[in-house]
Design a protein. Structure first.
Length: 344
């Protein structure tokens, strides 16, 4: 398995050209706020002063987690496969929002503890029927972790798209994401752990204790790949690979909430330049996500108190990306519209 080697998108000449084009539009400079930032970023990613978004897709990776044996979720593990069935029947929030925004939606079985059989609408990349319980032993073997990353890379390599939004489904994966966050950032576990699917205060404290004890049990694990193998999930590892390959192909990475951002934490440790390719769709209401974004210096587009996952934030943010490239392409300039500019 070869990790893609990413280069920064920074290009002084193109950056200056993009900024001049943005500033020449018929508006006060900076008055379109974050849309100007997005237009500039997408231009650098696509290496053009005329960026376009013609093909967008959201990929939802689903998998189960052995750590649910520690009673860290308000829902039973069976909800993972039941929600995958809901995706396939077009009944989930992500189906509604993807359809609304004319966005392709792909559902991936990365490691769900269920036999779906052969389903044309389900992409089967199953590594196994869920990870092991990281409170007791590493979640994955080295081979499984590498296989998941490779399958994520291969999946994206076959997708001809400009923008890829990432989503996930997996009961227990907020615990996994919090453990990854704690290990990679060094932020105390208490600031990483949240309610997930709806835990009360006592359940949140228990989740924190499970993570702290697991980290102590696996003392000495520091390298990002080792952290991912020990505490990660199949869907998170697959997202790491997918993100790296998407950036290599100069796609815009539309980052969703807490779990997706935990995958990005790993990917950014492996290839820091990946952050140049990211647009952060929103700040989740899940405890810890704001601190993740601060750690990554990420600028979220929206604050909607979302904590559903599934890639819903990515789908909801997609119209903002379209607006950013459209104003750059279609809005008049001061000279073309014969509008007077600000006096010196």
């Amino acid at each position: 398995m070869l990790i893609p080697q990413l280069s920064s998108t920074q290009d002084a000449a193109l950056s200056s050209a993009l900024q001049s084009l943005i500033d020449d539009k018929t508006k006060p400079q900076g008055s379109l706020g974050v849309l100007e930032f997005i237009a500039h970023r997408i231009g650098l990613i696509q290496q053009t002063s005329s960026p376009r978004i013609d093909r967008a897709a959201i990929v939802v990776f689903a998998a189960d987690h052995g750590v649910v044996a520690e009673n860290i979720s308000a829902y039973p593990q069976s909800v993972t496969w039941q929600m995958v069935e809901n995706f396939l029947q077009q009944g989930a929030a992500i189906n509604v929002f993807a359809r609304q925004n004319d966005c392709a939606l792909h559902i991936v079985d990365a490691g769900v503890n269920h036999d779906f059989g052969k389903r044309a609408e389900l992409i089967d990349r199953k590594i196994g029927p869920g990870t092991r319980n990281f409170a007791k032993e590493p979640a994955m073997t080295t081979e499984q972790c590498q296989q998941a990353i490779q399958r994520g890379m291969d999946l994206v390599a076959a997708m001809p798209v400009d923008v890829i939004g990432f989503g996930e489904m997996g009961i227990g994966n907020t615990t996994t994401a919090a453990a990854l966050m704690h290990k990679i950032t060094g932020i105390p576990a208490a600031q990483c752990v949240g309610a997930g699917t709806g835990l009360a205060a006592e359940g949140i404290r228990h989740k924190q204790q499970v993570i702290e004890q697991a980290v102590a049990h696996h003392a000495g694990i520091e390298a990002p790949m080792d952290i991912l193998q020990t505490f990660g999930g199949f869907e998170i590892a697959m997202m790491v690979g997918a993100m790296l390959k998407a950036a290599e192909q100069r796609c815009v990475l539309l980052i969703d909430g807490f779990i997706v951002t935990s995958a990005l934490l790993v990917a950014a440790k492996l290839q820091p330049s990946i952050l140049d390719y990211c647009v952060f769709s929103h700040c989740s209401d899940e405890h810890g996500h704001r601190r993740m974004l601060d750690y990554l210096k990420g600028r979220p587009l929206m604050q909607l108190d979302l904590r559903l996952g599934e890639g819903t934030g990515s789908a909801l943010a997609l119209p903002l990306l379209h607006a950013a490239v459209n104003f750059l392409a279609q809005m008049a300039t001061f000279s073309s519209a014969q509008v007077s500019e600000k006096s010196a």
